[in-house]
Design a binder for this molecule. Structure first.
Ligand code: KG4
Ligand code: ZN
Length: 350
């Protein structure tokens, strides 16, 4: 195995992701070339429940994983034997979903002898900023990096000292940012996933129409969004009680403005305090236009936000994290199990 990986020298990494409602596989070569990327989203199946239904998610992963991995290898024009490592999301995520990707990866590893690398999903989101890009303006983030990860399951502020070395500065005390978007969308009768539909509704709304609360949680880098969600509910109830028209656009815009305000200001304060070389935003909510714009408009720190298709779950980010782990000497074995509650900080460099 050791010999195999040094002989090949192409560092071809197959990434597999199945932590939530996307089944994804991708191949990355030498950390510099994305050879393939397949994402099969189940969002339509979960839409009628207004959120991810875990049993349906794992069943769908089982149905699609083989075809997704097969297509990623075909698009890359590679056989399994030509890979150097298989990077698979180990956690955090839905246990029943993670297991499907893990078993696929283990099966491939067992059959081929190619080493396995377990990847933390949040590390994957961070490494979406290192996915090779064709743009001539692309530069790698400079350490120390202050990173905001905002997705359906997580809201964390991370200090990345160097490759694969992190300190968690703060996290959400209740709902994740994406979860807040999804729940508020449900309150406003907007379709799942809530983020894109709130963004769309907000485009025609006034973000100042409602003064929703901002939970600054001074003295910490933590977040809280459940009070904001309750404030939207109260505003809705009041409009109904008074027989006033419900302007969904204004509610959506004012909610979005409150989320963006807190995420932006807390991240910028952390960047100042920790003398960041770069600021990075990742995770599904980093696809939000208002959030991207406010970060892109500031000139204090170089800002890194992945292209839209790499903000939401994908396997290129897992393969990219896998590339950095593989080239830093990390390897796992077939005894590896999924870790549905795996915090990012528990992984350190060797
Ligand atoms: O990273 P991701 O694909 O999956 C998780 O790891 O959770 O993030 C999904 C989340 C969902 O909550 C979705 O509503 C949110 O990202 N999202 C957005 C936008 N696009 C996706 N939130 C706000 N604005 C968007 N444009
Ligand atoms: Zn994610």
């Amino acid at each position: 195995m050791e010999e195999q990986s040094t002989e090949k020298k192409n560092n071809r990494i197959l990434g597999i992701e199945s932590s939530c409602d996307e089944t994804a596989a991708a191949v990355l070569e030498n950390g510099t070339q994305v050879l393939s990327s397949i994402v099969a989203s189940q969002a339509d199946l979960h839409a009628k429940y207004g959120g991810v239904f875990p049993e349906i998610a794992s069943r769908e992963h089982i149905k699609t994983i083989y075809a997704v991995v097969d297509q990623a290898l075909k698009d890359a024009h590679l056989s399994i034997q030509e890979l150097d490592a298989i990077a698979v999301t180990r956690g955090p995520g839905l246990a029943g979903s993670l297991v499907v990707g893990m078993n696929m990866a283990k099966g491939l590893s067992l059959a081929s002898g190619i080493p396995l690398i377990g990847i933390n999903h949040l590390e994957g989101h961070l490494y979406s900023a290192w996915i090779p890009q064709e743009s001539p303006d692309y530069h790698e983030p400079q350490f120390p990096v202050v990173a905001l990860i905002v997705s359906g399951g997580h809201s964390s502020l991370i200090l990345m000292h160097d490759h694969l070395t992190y300190t968690q500065l703060g996290r959400t005390l209740d709902d994740a940012a994406g979860e807040a978007f999804d729940k508020v969308a449900r309150l406003l009768n907007l379709p799942y996933p809530g983020g894109p539909s709130i963004q769309k509704a907000a485009e025609n709304g006034n973000g100042q129409a409602f003064q929703f609360p901002r939970a600054w949680l001074e003295g910490t880098w933590d977040f809280s969004f459940s009070g904001l969600k309750t404030a939207v509910l109260r505003a809705l109830e009041e409009l109904h009680a008074n027989g006033r028209p419900v302007l969904v656009e204004n509610l959506a815009a004012s909610f979005q403005a409150a989320v963006v305000d807190v995420l932006f200001n807390k991240t910028m304060n952390a960047a100042r305090q920790f003398h960041a070389g770069s600021v990075l935003i990742a995770g599904g909510v980093s696809a939000n236009r208002a959030l991207r714009n406010v970060f892109l408009d500031q000139k204090e720190f170089p800002i890194h936000i992945p292209p839209l298709h790499f903000c939401t779950d994908n396997a290129v980010m897992i393969a990219t994290a896998g590339y950095y782990r593989f080239t830093h000497g990390f390897k796992d074995d077939l005894s590896m199990d999924v870790l549905p509650n795996w915090p990012l900080v528990s992984i350190s460099s060797i």
